[in-house]
Design a protein around this ligand. Sequence first.
Ligand SMILES: [Zn+2]
Length: 160
Amino acid sequence: MIVMMVAGGKEQEEIEKELAMAEEYIPLTYAEYEEGLSRGKLLGLRCLSCGKITCHPMPVCQWCGSRTMERVELSGEGELLTFTVIRVAPEGFEAPYIPCLVRAIEGPILIGRLELAQGDKEASQALIGKRVKMSGTYTHEGDKFSGGAHLCPVFKIMER
Ligand SMILES: [Zn+2]
């Protein structure tokens, strides 16, 4: 094994050991988050320092930067903040589709896709502020720009 000295005088082996130990304390990995989505569950992290929710999962609280968090399940409900309609899809996607931002009732802003309510043929600005709920997931199979397949939540308008 090649031993390298890096910043702070730590040996590579020592740093790798610290990272391996730290991984045991990550309460929700991105892979586990996507696995949850595939079962219809929206998982996030509750910060044990500030109490706020981080979603999708990150190594630190998105609000205060703390590393002490616990896994929680979100309701999947929130408010539609904004969206756009993609009519000419990037490579690897099929148009039309509607990327959106949703503020979960638990606090974090989620990125997903919007599914229109039955009977609605077109999205309009009147939808902004409406109540939405996670209704499923979309799987992007990946293309030359991404590292493989990924899932994202799909939200459905709950009120007309
Ligand atoms: Zn926090």
